[in-house]
Design a binder for this molecule. Structure first.
Ligand code: GAR
Length: 215
């Protein structure tokens, strides 16, 4: 592996389309995917990684008695690869404070809403139910506060008349695939860090929305 590349470990639970976007852009970027770890043995994203000869691991949460035991095994599996950054890409487990402290400032998540709106699940339906005119995606640092860590970037997506949750999700996902590799490359080049609970880009503390990415 190239010494100049930032090594990342990507955590997934499912389809892995964000993982695919990261794989594709890593070819011409400053980060390298050292491993992909899934908490679900059948996650399709594992096949995407294997297709590209990226090492994979499964840490199946159902074989652990407690959240802490799972988090600790997951942390150990991550450390095997000695990554500089951990990238959650559709990873659908809540990580406890011990895990978050262990990797403080080195974990990113992508979430399909304009945080702080709609943490948790069913974000697209919730935006439709609320009659929102716009929806979107946020990338943020992970803290012990679920989907509540400092936002690094957001991209907005207009809600269209007659949108279903599936239609809206598909348009948000297209934006996710562009924004996530961009943010990971900011981190990889040393431009982005978490300082005292803030997201800092190019030495500037970012506002609560993070950087607003325009199409
Ligand atoms: C993405 O929309 C991602 O933002 C979301 O799950 C989907 C995974 O798709 N993540 C969350 O909801 C995390 N709270 P993918 O597996 O095709 O990348």
């Amino acid at each position: 592996m190239e010494a100049t590349h930032c090594h990342i470990v990507v955590l997934i639970s499912g389809n892995g389309s964000n993982l695919q976007a990261l794989i594709d852009s890593s070819l011409a970027s400053n980060f390298k995917i050292a491993a992909v770890i899934s908490n679900r043995p059948n996650a399709f994203g594992l096949q995407r990684a294997e297709r590209d000869n990226i090492p994979t691991r499964v840490i199946d949460h159902t074989s652990f008695d407690s959240r802490d035991a799972f988090d600790s095994a997951l942390g150990d599996a991550i450390e095997e690869f000695n990554p500089e950054l951990i990238v959650l890409a559709g990873f659908m487990r809540i990580l406890g404070s011990e895990f978050v402290n262990r990797f403080e400032g080195r974990v990113l998540n992508i979430h399909p809403s304009l945080l702080p709106k709609y943490p948790g699940i069913n974000t697209h339906q919730r935006a439709l139910d609320a009659g929102d005119e716009e929806h979107g995606v946020s990338v943020h640092f992970v803290t012990a506060d679920l989907d509540g860590g400092p936002v690094i970037a957001q991209e907005r997506v207009p809600v269209l008349k007659d949108d279903t949750a599936e239609m809206l999700a598909a348009r948000v996902l297209e934006k996710e695939h562009l924004v996530y590799p961009k943010v990971v490359s900011w981190y990889a080049s040393g431009r982005l860090e978490m300082q005292e609970g803030n997201a800092v880009l190019d030495h500037e503390v970012l506002p609560p929305t993070g950087v607003i990415i325009h199409p």
